[in-house]
Design a protein around this ligand. Sequence first.
Ligand SMILES: *Cc1c(COP(=O)(O)O)cnc(C)c1O
Length: 354
Amino acid sequence: MEKVHSIEVEQTTSSRLAQVDFENLKFGHILSDHMLVAEYNNGAWQSVKVVPYGNIVMSPSSSFIHYGQSIFEGIKAYKQENGDVSIFRPDQNHERFNKSAARLEMPTVPAEIFMDGLKTLIDLDRDWVPPTKDASLYIRPFMFGTEAALGVHPSASYTFMIITSPVGSYYNKPLRLKVETHYTRAANGGVGFSKNAGNYALSLHPTKLAQEEGFDQLIWTDAEEHAYVEEAGTANLLFRIGDTLITPSSETILRGITRLSIMAIAEKWGLKTESRKVSVQELIDGIENGSVTEAFAAGTAATLTPIAEIGYQGKIYKLSDPATREFSNKVLQYLNDLRYGRIEDEFGWNLVVD
Ligand SMILES: *Cc1c(COP(=O)(O)O)cnc(C)c1O
């Protein structure tokens, strides 16, 4: 039986809120006043606290630094039109977090800590949710192994934390993506579906090489043949091919909640949807013969960002003018209206913090 305590709250005596310029937010640079910290030891969660944001002290032999037991989530809270603060589908992030934890042999985090902690923290820092257009409070839950020992084994102790950061939009222009055919992000049987720190570490070098060629990001392909489209590193990919909305699906692809939501909206609107393998050839042929009418990246940080160009084997394939894309523009508007409380929440996706 896990031992879960009530959440202790220690409020800051020197809020930094007055110094924040909500009109000019660089992604992830400003951290809100408070953070949540929970400690796991001796097979149980021992304490849960909300404290002023600040540095943490740890042993240089903390296991996650050496062996990478480190997972995270990304969630957003929105300031709604009526002044309410609402978190978008955090139950889905909680579920995915615990799947990541299980794959990395880490303890799961119960709802009393993840969900109740989230609500307590966001309630306390509700004035940090930006009131400005297209802005939101980015929420970063994460957990890492803290046992001070250099042997390779699952850590005996863990810290779970939540920090938050007011953000504007992540990408502000349509994307140029390069199809990666040498490096691999994730292989079958690996950890591609989990949101763990290592998946990002290995992506940085190949992404930097593509950026030196003028691309914004990569389109990862499958590890075996580099023949199937996977995802864009921090966001999932969706394509409108003919009258169908298609997203690549496999165990090596992160199961994005933004993508899941967009597919659900498309279905409700009567558009055909498919989650399946998409070959690079199908995509390239579709761009050339005009059947790929829309292409975009979808994720919590990136929201929905149109793809303008795709680079493959030294050639650039241009897509339609993003301004003319019917579904992408309509679904982005709808998602924003729903999150900012301008329309009815017909799916029940907003968790209002009261
Ligand atoms: C977080 C993430 C996404 C997007 O998932 P959302 O739940 O929509 O935010 C896509 N790909 C990767 C690799 C990610 O880490």
